[in-house]
Design a protein around this ligand. Structure first.
Ligand code: PEP
Length: 250
């Protein structure tokens, strides 16, 4: 049985007062009767503050991106080793905003996936199709291509230390959620793709859904066999909404 994970991608939002309020709100709503895990992914500057606020709690800490490089003359970039050094255990790679706004292609995403693992971080590999790709019936081809690039570069064993997040681009921040059937179908396809290489790793792999998840649509999504939690953007910015989704995960 895979433990569900509810991960909050804050994107580029918040200042110190909001960070403190949000973390206090999350911690006050943690429930010992819930099995699901919680993760927060703050912007880089707030990682040390969040790490100290989360001290001795079960809430996991991740970052939203990392460099493919370990150190050197890469002005403005942040290495996985630095993220591990300041308390992160996880990092997003290939979020659709990185792919579309920063030109990150499958090869760079695979390099970042490897860099994360080399630094001892668990990558959360984000994949998903655009609306045009879905309309053209290319969803499975696009998503399986994104997974294949990382499988080729990292090998299937690496998926034993990783999480996948299926995030249809047309559902991110739009209020338009994939139906539970649409999401389940892609999640099952991803799991089958990994299972072709290693059924045990595929069976253990957590595949999160992301794209306009809210407290009122979360339970239906999370009830599907291959949906192991959510990557939450907008609704992770208030503790009430974020932890409402956590409650729905059971
Ligand atoms: C995201 O940014 O990963 C995301 C899923 O955003 P939202 O929940 O706002 O659609």
């Amino acid at each position: 049985m895979r433990t569900k994970l509810i991960a909050g991608n804050w994107k580029m939002n918040g200042r110190k007062p909001m960070v403190r309020e949000l973390i206090a709100g999350i911690l006050s709503r943690l429930d010992v009767n819930q099995r699901s895990e919680v993760m927060v992914l703050p912007p880089f500057p707030y990682i040390p503050l969040v790490n100290s606020l989360l001290d001795a709690t079960p809430v996991l800490l991740g970052a939203q991106d990392l460099s493919r490089h370990d150190s050197g003359a890469y002005t403005g970039e942040v290495a996985g080793g630095m993220l591990a050094d300041v308390g992160c255990s996880h990092v997003l790679v290939g979020h659709s905003e990185r792919r579309s706004l920063h030109g990150e292609d499958n090869a760079l995403v695979a390099a970042k996936f490897n860099a994360a693992q080399a630094a001892g971080l668990q990558p959360v590999l984000c994949v998903g199709e655009t609306l045009d790709e879905r309309s053209a019936g290319r969803t499975d081809e696009v998503v399986s291509g994104q997974i294949a690039a990382v499988l080729e570069a990292a090998g299937v064993a690496a998926f034993g230390r990783a999480i996948v997040a299926y995030e249809p681009v047309w559902a991110i921040g739009t209020g338009q959620t994939a139906s539970p059937e649409q999401a389940q179908s892609v999640h099952a396809m991803i799991r089958a793709q990994i299972a072709k290489e290693d059924a045990t790793i595929a069976g253990r792999l957590r595949i999160l859904y992301g794209g306009s998840v809210k407290p009122d649509n979360a339970a239906d999504l999370f009830a599907r066999e291959d949906i192991d939690g959510g990557l939450i953007g907008g609704a992770s910015l208030t503790a009430e909404a974020f932890m409402g989704i956590y409650q729905a995960a059971g």
